[in-house]
Design a protein around this ligand. Structure first.
Ligand SMILES: [Zn+2]
Length: 145
């Protein structure tokens, strides 16, 4: 599981937060002040082992970027996905799955091409879109959840 280092705005100490807990309003381990995750959060890296449990339990809508590290359009989309994770931390969860390492989950969803974006709410797949798309397209899908 990937992590994010978040400096506490109250005491200045750096906290290491697991990416899959970023949305749970984490507090500073030193002074207990709430950590401001906006502009700090990173996409949650999910895989074969933890995908279903995470999406099922997620209290917010989830957008998943199914990508492959060797795919050009995926790399083009990556900064946009990172930016959405930073900005939307309290509204939705942005996740990504490396399909070259997690083939079970790619098979489960019958993903034929990357990038593919899937949108989940209350554990259910609501919508999906394939190929490199503009931010407005992704925002619109998220907004409709
Ligand atoms: Zn602190």
């Amino acid at each position: 599981m990937n992590t994010v280092i978040v400096p506490c705005s109250s005491c200045g100490k750096k906290n290491r937060i697991p990416a899959n807990k970023q949305h749970l309003h984490p507090h500073c381990g030193h002074c207990k002040a709430p950590l401001k995750m906006t502009n700090q959060a990173v996409p949650v890296e999910l895989g074969d082992r933890d995908f279903h449990d995470f999406v099922k339990q997620a209290p917010l809508p989830v957008m998943v970027d199914f990508f492959s590290p060797t795919c050009g359009p995926c790399r083009t989309m990556s900064p946009l996905v990172d930016a959405m994770a930073r900005e939307h931390i309290n509204k939705c969860i942005i996740a990504k799955v490396d399909t070259s390492k997690n083939q079970q989950i790619a098979l489960f969803f019958a993903i034929r091409g990357v990038p593919t974006f899937m949108f989940f709410k209350n554990g259910s797949l609501i919508d999906q879109i394939s190929g490199a798309v503009g931010r407005n397209v992704l925002e619109q899908k998220l907004g409709s959840l």
